[in-house]
Design a binder for this molecule. Sequence first.
Ligand code: AP5
Length: 217
Amino acid sequence: MRLVLIGPPGVGKGTYAQAISHQYRIPHISTGDIFREEVKRGSELGRAVKVYLERGLLVPDDIVIEVVKARLSREDCREGFILDGFPRTVQQAEALEAFAPPDLAINFTADDNVIVERLSGRRVCPRCGAIFHVKYMPPRFPGLCDKCGAPLIVRHDDKPEVITERLRVYREQFTPIIEFYEKRRRLVTVVANEQAPQVIPKVIALIEEWRRSRNPS
Ligand code: AP5
């Protein structure tokens, strides 16, 4: 099963992707996580994308497409994948059609005030990638990851001025992407204003409905 998750920064794509990945045992691939990791390592790729991430701007298509193509060619993607944060432009969507066309695109929406609150309270684990929220998904021990015990951090791009820019960039880009998958009848939309324990079962139910529609018994 090949899934694509679309939605504004902070709507919860990474959170839902982790749950879907656990349920269906397919890898969660976040282009944002890949880039942040490369920046941390100081690799050539990391140095090339750093400035875009810091400003909340999109990394150029040719770079992102190469990274995703290489990642999807790995063995663990044979049974499928969950792409979180890709595609973000029509060029990226077209490229994906050529090397690994997705079965379903899930479009998450939430009110602006909900999104800003989610981003400003987000804490992430720099070691294992687990995502927390100081109010909505607090770790058991404040400031420490439940899964691996590492100290949690605030993402660099969760500063108020970068959040505003990321939301602006998203609004500029998302309509053509939604239309791209709508035209191909592969789009479903989930309103994600509720808490994650309410949103996740809705997403799983949609996926199950889609699976049944493909294999009616
Ligand atoms: P990326 O890492 O993809 O960031 P994003 O799309 O802005 O999304 P986020 O990771 O910020 O949010 P999310 O929706 O995953 O929310 P989360 O689950 O963490 O991209 C970063 C940068 O990389 C881009 O700006 C760009 O520069 C570059 N880039 C990446 N992909 C690219 C591409 N394809 N093309 C070009 N450039 C690219 O949840 C947020 C918080 O809310 C958490 O604290 C969580 O605990 C909490 N939460 C989640 N759901 C709920 C809920 N239902 N109720 C309450 N709290 C919730």
